[in-house]
Design a protein around this ligand. Structure first.
Ligand SMILES: [Zn+2]
Length: 218
């Protein structure tokens, strides 16, 4: 049972279909683990349907109405877990991980951390799997954008709490954190990180400290 959930406004944006794909992927994965957010989503979806009902022109055809409603139904169905095969991989990720986690192209980030890229969003956000050994520690870091983490297996803790299977965690540039994986088992997470903007050209490199200072000043 998850203890950490996406904020209500994130779930509302998901329901409205206005999230970027990489973030929607993270939310879908959480929904497969979380009855509570699934029922909240259904409520949001039906609120959306009622709103459309009120907004429709007096003579909107029944056909239009039923096709809109069936689209919304599809969305609900999609968020419902259908585990039609024996897999540890969440359904939302199976398009990127057809077999199992071992079949991914893992590369070593540190002695205790491996990462595998699943895809890159159109805005440059990276969608990655992280696999961290029991007791492993992610070096202290901050973010220039948001970092979404969905914990799939194992657990970790940082300055703000303990996170377990199914938990959804958002960190942004204001957080400095140093997650540590518990000793009992390895930890597998899905992470989405917004690409940091960094100038590397000779004439623009001097802007970086200024941009960074502005960013972290907020
Ligand atoms: Zn939830």
């Amino acid at each position: 049972m998850a203890n950490h959930h996406p904020a209500p406004e994130l779930l509302a944006a998901f329901s409205a279909g206005s999230l970027q794909l990489s973030h929607a992927l993270c939310i879908s994965t959480h929904l497969e683990h979380c009855d509570e957010c699934r029922s909240n989503l259904m409520r949001l979806n039906s609120m959306g349907a009622n709103l459309m009902e009120e907004l429709k022109p007096a003579k909107a055809s029944e056909n239009l109405k039923s096709s809109v409603l069936s689209m919304l139904d599809d969305e609900v169905t999609e968020a419902t877990p259908v585990n039609n095969r024996d897999s540890r991989v969440p359904r939302a990720l199976q398009q990127f991980i057809p077999d199992d986690y071992d079949s991914l192209q893992w590369h070593r980030v540190s002695p205790s951390i491996q990462a595998a890229r699943l895809c890159t969003d159109s805005n440059g956000s990276k969608v990655e799997m992280l696999r961290i050994k029991p007791g492993g520690q992610v070096p202290s870091h901050t973010h220039t954008g948001d970092e979404y983490t969905m914990l799939l297996e194992g657990s970790f803790s940082d300055e703000s709490g303990v996170y377990k299977e199914g938990d959804f965690v958002v960190r942004d540039g204001r957080h400095k954190h140093k997650p540590m994986v518990t000793e009992d088992r390895e930890c597998i997470c899905l992470t989405v990180t917004d690409a940091p903007i960094e100038f590397t050209g000779f004439f623009t490199r001097w802007l970086n400290p200024i941009l960074r200072r502005d960013h972290f000043a907020h």
